[in-house]
Design a protein around this ligand. Structure first.
Ligand code: SF4
Length: 248
């Protein structure tokens, strides 16, 4: 579908996103996109596949993803005619974890939950970015107080490479306007009250208007609700006004 249908704000956001990704490739060459298969990922997948194909894409299959997420991965690969590399948990580590904690051990406590996320997400993620120069993530400022403080290009101390965050200024409304305008595929669970989708046993639907991430690890204190891929510093919640794109 033609980009002429995008609003001036969205058009500017798309151009900024594309420019940042192209700059990342120019400066770092070896850039990978960690595709979460969430709504934001549909935007980045489309922009990367269409305009910056040099960026490789990978995703993490934790072994506990909803069927809808795997079906989406298949649809994306067919639509863009390119493979998204899938990284899996280390089998021996996972078997040990399940032996010690049970198949749903993540409900036992925060330590067990974070340990599961480490085995199923963090360790495969580290393998996926090993030796790379930069990675792309779809985080947005309005998603959390932590993410509100993000920068579009930052040195990722934790993993030792550059982190590129092209969607920081996008609002949820922008993301869905882009998806609808381009008729992009997206996870069927989004239409069933799941704004943020992770592993099936750790994600549930939320009431309209509720914090989009409140359906993730809902039994835990909100401060601990990250999987460990993104930093989790304690911060004072800030109200951040999104930067207005030109034309607004
Ligand atoms: S989200 Fe749940 S099932 Fe998935 S890795 Fe984390 S604790 Fe394990």
């Amino acid at each position: 579908m033609s980009a002429e249908l995008l609003s001036p704000r969205l058009e500017t956001l798309v151009q900024d996103t594309r420019a940042l990704l192209e700059r990342a490739v120019r400066e770092h060459k070896d850039v990978v996109y960690s595709n979460s298969l969430g709504a934001e990922a549909m935007v980045l997948t489309d922009i990367i596949a269409t305009h910056v194909p040099e960026i490789e894409m990978f995703t993490l299959d934790t072994g506990r993803l909803p069927d809808e997420t795997l079906a989406l991965l298949d649809r994306i690969e067919r639509r863009y005619q390119r493979r998204i590399q899938v990284f899996y948990p280390d089998a021996a580590a996972l078997e040990r974890y399940v032996r010690e904690n049970g198949i749903n051990g993540f409900y036992l406590g925060i330590e067990e939950r974070q340990s599961c996320c480490h085995i199923r997400k963090v360790e495969p993620f580290k393998r996926a970015i090993a030796g790379r120069k930069a990675w792309v993530t779809g985080v947005r400022r309005e998603q959390s107080a932590e993410r509100a403080l993000g920068e579009s290009i930052s040195w990722d101390e934790r993993y030792g490479l550059w982190k590129i965050s092209p969607l920081l200024e996008w609002t949820e409304e922008d993301v869905w306007a882009y998806i609808k305008t381009h008729n992009l595929p997206y996870n069927a669970l989004h239409d069933k009250g799941y704004p943020s989708i992770g592993c099936a046993p750790c994600t549930r639907a939320v009431e309209p208007g509720a914090d989009p991430r409140s359906g993730r690890w809902w039994w835990e204190n909100p401060d601990s609700r990250e999987c460990g891929l993104q930093p989790r510093r304690r911060v004072i919640p800030l109200k951040v006004e999104p930067r207005r794109a030109a034309g607004q």
